[in-house]
Design a protein around this ligand. Structure first.
Ligand code: FES
Length: 108
């Protein structure tokens, strides 16, 4: 079993960041981005209530289906695309090793 995985995050200036994420710690993608000081606000603290953690999923990984709360937030958010997800709802696990996401524009 792996001890860590790698996630690629493309920022708003097209710069790619390869983030190493330890497994066994219940982190969300939003929390990982913040720990690497990427510009992800996460205003609501991961409650699916703000969309400031929105990302576009660019790899083919199978993610868990969005919850009703996530759908509801994405319904109200700006800059939403078919591949939009809330970073706070993407939990780090071995199966998403190699995930590629792009930060959505700020919610302003
Ligand atoms: S941190 Fe607010 S919706 Fe994800």
């Amino acid at each position: 079993m792996k001890e860590s995985i790698f996630i690629k995050v493309i920022d708003r200036f097209e710069k790619a960041h390869d983030l190493e994420v330890p497994l066994g710690v219940p982190l969300s993608l939003m929390e990982v981005c913040k720990s690497y000081e990427l510009p992800v606000e996460g205003v609501c603290g991961g409650m699916a209530l703000c969309a400031t953690c929105q990302v576009y999923v660019e790899s083919e990984h199978e993610l868990s289906e969005p919850t009703d709360d996530e759908w509801a937030m994405l319904d109200q958010a700006m800059h939403v695309k078919d591949n939009s997800r809330l970073g706070c709802q993407i939990k780090m696990r071995e199966e998403i090793d190699g995930l590629v996401v792009r930060l959505a524009p700020e919610q302003v």
